[in-house]
Design a protein around this ligand. Structure first.
Ligand code: TYD
Ligand code: MG
Length: 450
């Protein structure tokens, strides 16, 4: 009989301990340890991806990316699916993960032949119902209701599909471990078996993972290390828009996002996300500035809102959502010193509309404009956008992709761009756009009063 070993694993980060612990020394989570028993699996150690091979002799098939036919998904993946890649799609239950995957399988089956969709969550009947609703009836989508990973891999080896989907990783289990499906040990072991399968066979694998209440994929950190690409599908249930974000990508940028709309006929790609993000913008209100930011290779217009009001308490509050609080503090100090606006007795709230995050310094000028506008209580001109990095002496510095930003603003109907003077002359595209080159934030502050 196989030797049985008991360990306690942190269900948050996968830290292993021979004893039960109240607090994880690795990730500081409380009460996160669960007992997991595993049989001695020497088998695992004998896996190897390939024999040693000379670098020039390796066949490079990186250019052979498979296209899902869903442009937004392909972009987020870094330009399509790389053969043998293991991709994790995480998200809340009901957000549309299964829908997204089955829609892409339809296209993949058409182009690359048989695909295998393994579901441990829904019966074939339920899957069929969804497919009918989506108008999918490809003969090349094979549905398999199974949860034992060894059986799944055995079937996949005979079928040799162009892509394998596991929906979801929390429902599958391997015989090597005695703990319940969904536990960290099972998730990790199952995922690494899928990884070996993918790399050996050159077959890409989509793994769907649920997100826990705390907002993390169960066993998240252990999975993130194993897989090649981690995508999060998010959006709230009150809105029909869904955002697909890259968290990790071995084959592309992690800054990309894809925007979808959930309709009666499934997920639809949104072609002009900027318009949607700005559709509810108040036009005559102070403290709202539009900024063209870059998400990976794509410009996206977002609205930065600032609210400055006298503090009722001794300690002024600084609250930011979607923007780095330290960056906000720096810009407040610059506005104070170089712009003559004193925020010492003011509460400052900053928000990026639509729950977006703006992690780049190019948004500085937009934030400065929003803060100054709220401080003076004068709305910014409704057809203007703002971008540029602001330095500590109030100077506005050049940023990358200036032309793409201007173009996107013009596409959505904006007429003026306040931008770094260093970028101004290099932007060739001016169709109907007035480009105001800014040297110092004072020029923007002065422009607000006209
Ligand atoms: P689903 O893909 O099952 O979510 P997940 O796999 O992430 O749990 O999506 C389920 C939700 O999407 C459900 O609330 C119904 C909705 N939906 C639509 O609005 N339109 C559709 O065409 C489909 C298939 C689902
Ligand atoms: Mg599902």
């Amino acid at each position: 009989m196989a030797k049985v070993k008991t360990t306690f694993l942190c269900q948050v980060c996968g830290y292993a301990s021979p004893r039960w612990l109240g607090k994880c020394p690795e990730c500081s989570a409380w009460n996160s340890f669960a007992e997991e028993t595993q049989t001695d699996h020497k088998k695992l150690a004998s896996f190897s991806l390939s024999d040693p091979i000379l670098l020039p002799d390796i066949k490079a098939d990186s250019h052979l990316r498979m296209l899902t036919g869903i442009t937004e998904l392909d972009r987020v993946l870094g330009g399509g699916i790389v053969p043998g890649a293991v991709m994790l799609i995480g998200g809340d239950p009901g957000i549309g993960k299964s829908t997204l995957v089955i829609q892409s399988l339809n296209n993949l089956a058409l182009r690359y032949g048989k695909t295998l969709y393994v579901s441990g969550e829904e019966s074939p009947g339920q899957i069929k119902l969804r497919a009918q609703r989506l108008g999918i009836s490809s003969r090349d989508i094979v549905i398999f209701s199974e949860t034992l990973i060894e059986t799944i891999i055995k079937n996949a080896l005979t079928l040799k599909p162009s892509i394998l989907v596991i929906d979801s990783i929390q429902t599958v289990y391997t015989e090597d471990i005695l703990s319940a499906p969904g536990s960290v040990g099972q998730v990790r072991e199952s995922a690494s078996k899928l990884m070996f399968f993918a790399k050996r066979q050159g077959i890409p694998v989509f793994i769907i993972g649920h997100v826990t209440k705390e907002g993390a994929i169960a066993g998240p950190r252990v999975l993130e290390h194993i897989v090649d690409t981690v995508l999060y599908f998010e959006g709230d249930s009150s809105h029909t828009y869904r955002i697909l974000r890259t968290i990790k990508n071995r084959f592309g940028s992690t800054n990309e996002i894809g925007i979808f709309e959930m309709t009666e006929e499934g997920l639809r790609e949104v072609e002009n996300p900027s318009e949607i993000l700005l559709s509810e913008r108040p036009l005559e209100a102070s403290g709202s500035a539009v900024v063209p930011t870059m998400r990976g290779t794509r410009p996206l217009l977002v609205e930065i809102q600032a609210l400055v009001s006298p503090t009722p308490f001794g300690m002024p509050r600084r609250t930011t959502m979607g923007i780095d609080p330290n960056r906000t503090n720096i810009l407040l100090a610059v506005l104070d010193k170089k712009g003559g606006m004193h925020f010492g007795a003011m509460d400052v709230f900053v928000n990026v509309a639509g729950g977006m995050k703006v992690p780049e310094p190019a948004a500085d000028l937009g934030l400065v404009a929003a803060l100054a506008s709220s401080f003076k209580d004068i709305p910014l001109s409704r057809d203007a956008v703002f971008f540029g990095e602001v330095g500590l002496s109030g100077e506005v510095r050049a940023v990358s992709h200036a032309e793409a930003r201007v173009k996107e603003a013009s596409k959505v109907g904006f007429k003026r761009a306040f931008m770094p003077i260093g970028n101004r002359d290099r932007v060739k595209y001016t169709e109907g756009m007035e480009l105001r080159g800014i040297k110092n934030i004072k020029e923007v502050i002065d422009a607000i009063s006209d």
